[in-house]
Write a new protein. Structure first.
Length: 277
């Protein structure tokens, strides 16, 4: 690809990339994306649907005749092989932190010939984070457990840990690492947040508290067990600001408004009764 060539036909293999392109105002160049991208951006229902970065298929990618493939985590080895076999120029991203996400926004904007647009989006995100941080009450930080998957139990990623800190909480555990019900029970979180990949806002909160015998945790005793929509915390893109706002509402409910899609456990009273027996 010539250094002067600006790609006009883009294939996106992850929702995070599609959201970034939307924020950049460049969705008109998107010729193919995943079904998960359409879930977040319904206006893309007329685009060609591809397998994502986890299940990519070389022939399927090649058939869309893209100038550039944009892919991001998660991957598996065979999907990376398929992406490379497509013989289409590709930008592979692997963000772990907020800084990485800002860099990815800049990389995508630069690759599409619109580098100046990235600065606006990055500044908007940073200002939103700074605003939340400035409004966090001056009091001890509640212990917050966030999970991105339930079987096995996996802690949320590093960028979520950074958002928890900005929202005035203390993130429990190793970001992205596996854990056990006993470990979390022993750490006695004051806030429990489930944001399972691919589950939207459909995590069975009462069931996980009951099955893991977390009823005596401070979070269960006070009814501070929440489900934050998957795409608000697990998509490394500007939609993380929605996740940050939801986190702030769960950690400091008296200081921040509750988003409409934030779900909360409904049977905390039964946990009180069980613990009292």
């Amino acid at each position: 690809m010539s250094t002067n060539f600006i790609p006009q036909r883009i294939a996106s293999l992850q929702p995070s990339i599609t959201v970034i392109m939307q924020e950049l105002g460049l969705l008109d160049r998107l010729v193919a994306c995943t079904k998960y991208c359409v879930d977040i951006c319904p206006d893309l229902s007329d685009r060609i649907i591809l397998a994502d970065s986890w299940t990519a298929q070389a022939e399927q990618i090649r058939a869309t005749r893209p100038d550039l493939v944009l892919a991001s985590v998660p991957y598996q080895e065979k999907s990376l092989v398929e992406i490379l076999k497509s013989a289409v120029p590709v930008l592979l991203l692997s963000p772990r932190s907020l800084t990485d996400i800002y860099s990815d926004i800049a990389l995508i904007a630069g690759a599409l010939g619109e580098p100046q647009r990235a600065a606006v989006i990055i500044a908007k995100m940073q200002n939103a984070i700074a605003d939340i941080r400035s409004r966090v009450p001056k009091q001890p930080r509640p212990r917050v457990f966030c999970e991105e998957w339930g079987k096995p139990i996996i802690h949320s990623q590093r960028w979520v840990a950074e958002l928890v800190e900005a929202a005035g909480g203390a993130f429990l555990g190793e970001p992205g690492g596996h854990t056990t019900p006993d470990t979390i029970r022993d750490s006695n979180p004051e806030v429990i947040i489930a944001a399972w990949c691919g589950a939207g806002d459909r995590v069975p909160l009462e069931k996980i508290i009951r099955d893991r015998t977390w009823d005596r945790t401070a979070a269960a005793q006070t009814g501070r067990v929440f489900c934050i929509p998957d795409e608000w915390l697990n998509t490394p893109a500007p939609t993380l600001i929605l996740g940050l706002q939801a986190l702030a509402a769960t950690i400091h409910p008296d200081a921040f408004p509750t988003p409409a899609r934030l779900k909360r456990i409904t049977s905390s009273q039964s946990f009180h009764e069980t613990s009292a027996q």
